[in-house]
Design a binder for this molecule. Sequence first.
Ligand code: CMC
Length: 435
Amino acid sequence: MAAALLGTVGTVPDSITITDNRTGDTLEVPIVNGGVSSADWRKLLPDVFFYDPGFMATAACESSITELDGDAGILRYRGYPIEQLAEQSTYLEVAYLVIHGELPDKQQYDTWVHDITYHTFIHENMRKRFMEGFHYDAHPMGMLVSAVAALSTFYLDAKKLADPDQRMQEIIRLIAKMPTLAACCHRFSSGMPFVYPDNNKAFTENFMNMMFSPDAKYAFDHPALHRAIDVLFILHADHEQNCSTTAMRVVGSSHADPYTAASAACAALYGPRHGGANEQVIRMLTEIGSIDNVPAFVDAVKGGKSGRLQGFGHRVYKNYDPRATIIKKVADEVFEITGKNPLLDIALKLEEVALKDEYFTSRKLYPNVDFYSGLIYQAMGFPIDMFPVLFAIPRMSGWLAHWQELLEQDSRIARPRQLYIGAGARDYVPLDTRS
Ligand code: CMC
């Protein structure tokens, strides 16, 4: 629906009318899918830009992948509620769903699983030369960011963005290689020999095997724990226009290859405000140390003396994060097998105290996906600095779904505007004459 320029007010019920008080000109702009088009806005106000740091009120694209209603606590992939997918699906099926838009039939599913399984290997140069170049105590997420970018140098055809078959080839490769790269980062940073993928194992089992085998304490060759990781992967597969997906879309919009764009997404995920929060939650709970210290810690957060409550708050959810509800249930199932994580009681107390506190309730700050996930990972034996990497493995499917959607929509390069507030024009002063 096009905007009606200059004066035709009130003809469309779902619309807004903008008046330029400098000229008296008005423009009626339709509200479509909950938004108004900046292209319409520019017809009236070509030189007036929205000032929106952090994109608080900007929809950067149209998307049909994930629907999120933060007030109602709703999350759906391609229309399917996250609760049903976590209960009944598998991560690879969900990856197919977010990429292709529909659930696969039996033959499509088998082909997809086969293709992913047979692309799990990484080039020997990646492992031997590239990975072994890192410092012995490198953070695995830093390694992963670099490794994903380095893959682009092995797959030069990935630059053929206009070819849908080529795009699908790279999508399969990236989803398939993430567990291998992740485990490789862990094995190197803990001085352990690399374990090759085993194509007879299912996706999650294969990953756990590459991580832990043949450690004598490897108690996790347990189907229920593989399933728990698979459920966590489902919950992390996509989350619409979050920081890392936005990075993927922004870099993808320049028509960089998918490995380079995915590396930018990994980099965005690394930060403690985003996928790095799961790591920070465990560090915070460890620092708190005991249930008795929880009230004082919450007071320190409120007084600005202890940073933020890690794993709390969300830009979009102003209600309980539905993923956190499912994760809490998974945690109970996992702890029945591994034994309870001793930090759980501190986490539960922290949640209880915070959710009764006006500071948190008035700001609608609830536990998010990262609050309980780290407790599960830790109980299973994953080192703390692997937690953001565990987030990145499944989020790769979401990033790629958005990358593909972006290319199919023939979008323009991401290039925001700014409101310049710096110095006015002035003449250069040579160094020796500056006071
Ligand atoms: N602890 C204490 N206060 C908080 C917290 C927190 N975790 N989160 C937000 N606030 C306060 C904030 O200080 C501000 O207060 P005031 O209005 O008095 O200035 C108010 O709540 C609004 O915060 P904001 O920074 O404007 O909110 P945002 O939407 O920009 O930030 C967030 C969202 C997730 C970055 C933030 O809540 C945060 O830093 N949380 C902790 C880190 C975390 O758990 N991140 C994982 C997010 S979920 C996984 C993912 O998808 O990335």
